[in-house]
Design a protein around this ligand. Structure first.
Ligand SMILES: [Zn+2]
Length: 91
């Protein structure tokens, strides 16, 4: 009888460890990015990673830094944050 109880406990520990391993694998990116956040999916870490990868440029008119994908570039290759700043800079 003792042996059966021991067997059940060992089985429960094995199942628990496998579940823990699965959870760790799923949340590994979260743990690496933010030190163990409680977010169920990797949405926040994905956003943080893309923000880090995104190149930042400065507006030639006001000097504000913003993602290169939102940049407005004039004929000479100068970068601006908005069409208005591009117009103001050229005039
Ligand atoms: Zn600007």
């Amino acid at each position: 009888m003792k042996l059966i109880i021991l067997f059940v406990i060992v089985l429960a520990v094995i199942v628990w460890l496998q579940r823990l391993k699965k959870n760790l694998g799923r949340h590994r990116s979260d743990h690496a990015a933010s030190g163990g956040s409680a977010f169920p999916n990797g949405a926040d870490s994905t956003a943080a990673t893309s923000a880090q990868v995104e190149a930042m440029v400065a507006c030639a008119h006001c000097g504000m830094h913003f993602p290169a994908s939102e940049a407005l570039v004039d004929a000479s290759g100068t970068v601006f944050c908005s069409a208005e700043h591009r117009r103001l800079h050229s005039s």
